[in-house]
Ligand binder design. Structure first.
Ligand SMILES: C[S@@+](CC[C@H](N)C(=O)[O-])C[C@H]1O[C@@H](n2cnc3c(N)ncnc32)[C@H](O)[C@@H]1O
Length: 413
């Protein structure tokens, strides 16, 4: 059985993340919003994906057809599905991608499906659509992920119609706790969203070893998935308040963080030892931190890969005058180039890195990038390219943000 992922606000980042973990050949983009992944849904590790918002199992693929025929097909299969469910009320939802339909037309189908299921004497509640997709909150709060829930995600492409069932949606509340719940935060060094931290780690980690896969299908829904440690050390040379290290520990990695500023190293230690670990007794304290200037520091071995949001420079609330921006660009470019030159001889050949570096949004969707991007080989690295998305468009930003984060995925030559 195949998995299906629906990507977040910036699908290119979600695509690169999944391609990095599972390999280009396992990924088949269906639309710019969703892709099939040739991994058994029992084995796909959705919780570590920052760039995917919905995780589904594929139920069937149909040849292209018009809306009336598709409706008829669904009306025929819905009662059969309900027969296999535990007794009790069924919860039904519909989310569509690639269709040009109004919520009214989707709801008309929803009520027809409800009628067809009710005819089998099964009580059923249909969650009406306000738009083509139900929101994550609608999916969670209306029991669509329970054993009696059935949210169908239906995707139309030029060559097929894919029908899938939602297994999980991104747990917004959990991300929020991991972000705003941390005792030591510092708006001066910026706030790395945990979702972005996950993407940086996944892009840096590269292919997941096969033996890491554990079937979530054998675990009863009321039990936690057993925690697995991964015998690899992730280095963040700009660890700040430790968001990236926190997410790496939650994924099972050993972590190593350094920062120029003693206060930041203290914040990282406090957040990890006093806040994260007490809440997660399953995580071993495989943590190393020390003060260090990334331009000259000698890190302790072993280091398996580098995942970091580097120094982003000054925060701007409005587009700075050209002279000021030129200065800022020069300053950060120099700093990050020196860091990369210092790091290169300390890494094993082919070691992988993902660095979030600053890019400046000077007009909507138009960026100025660090000049070092054009000198990667001279700095001792190769740029990683992706089959299903460009490596130039991996920029994480909000429309109103001046300082964006460009994700640079590199390997040591
Ligand atoms: C944007 S924050 C990084 C956030 C961090 N990755 C996290 O997960 O919370 C940048 C950090 O770089 C540090 N920094 C600035 N210049 C540095 C240098 N030359 N060497 C090491 N750290 C530096 C700052 O003290 C700051 O904590």
């Amino acid at each position: 059985m195949q998995s299906l992922l629906v990507f977040g606000r910036q699908p290119e980042l979600g695509i690169a993340e999944v391609e990095s973990l599972y390999g280009a050949n396992k990924l088949l983009p269906l639309t710019d919003q969703a892709a099939l992944v040739d991994v058994d849904p029992c084995l796909l590790n959705f919780d570590r994906l920052g760039g995917s918002v919905r995780f589904c199992k594929v139920l069937t693929k149909l040849p292209p057809q018009d809306w009336p025929s598709l409706k008829q097909f669904l009306i025929e299969i819905a009662p059969k599905q309900s027969v296999n469910m535990p007794a009790g009320k069924m919860y039904l939802g519909l989310s569509l991608i690639g269709f040009k339909l109004s919520p009214k037309e989707i709801n008309a189908l929803g009520f027809k499906l409800k009628q067809a299921i009710s005819a089998t004497k099964r009580p059923v509640r249909y969650i009406p659509n306000k738009s083509l997709m139900l929101s994550s909150a609608q999916v969670i709060h209306n029991k669509l992920l329970s054993t009696n829930g059935w949210e169908l995600v239906i995707i139309k492409t030029a060559s097929s119609i894919v029908i899938a069932q939602t297994i999980k949606v991104q747990d917004i509340a959990a991300y929020s706790k991991r972000d705003y719940g941390r005792p030591k935060r510092d708006s001066q060094v910026g706030m790395l969203p945990p979702k972005l931290a996950q993407m940086i780690i996944n892009l840096a980690a590269g292919r997941l070893p096969e033996d890491l896969s554990q079937s979530i299908c054998d675990i009863p829904p009321d039990q936690l998935v057993p925690f697995k440690t991964i015998d690899k050390v992730v280095l963040d040379p700009f660890c700040g308040t430790g968001v990236l290290l926190q997410e790496a520990l939650l994924m099972g990695y050993k972590v190593y963080g350094t920062d120029l500023n003693q206060r930041m190293v203290d914040y990282t230690n406090f957040n990890l030892y006093e806040w994260l670990l007490p809440k997660h007794p399953e995580i071993e304290a495989n943590i190393k931190t020390e003060i260090g200037d990334a331009k000259s520091h000698v890190w302790q071995q072993p280091i398996d890969f580098i995942a970091s949001e580097t120094y982003l420079g000054q925060n701007f609330n409005q587009i700075p005058a050209p002279g000021i921006l030129d200065n800022e660009l020069k300053k950060t470019n120099q700093m990050i180039s020196k860091f990369l030159k210092n790091l290169a001889p300390q890494l094993k050949p082919n070691s992988r890195l993902c660095l979030a570096v600053p890019a400046w949004q000077i007009a909507p969707n138009q960026f100025r990038y660090l000049p070092l991007i054009d000198q990667i080989p001279a700095l001792g690295y190769n740029r990683v390219s992706f089959k299903h998305t460009g490596s130039d468009n991996l920029v994480y930003y909000r429309p109103d943000q001046i300082v964006a984060r460009q994700l640079l995925i590199l390997t040591r030559k």
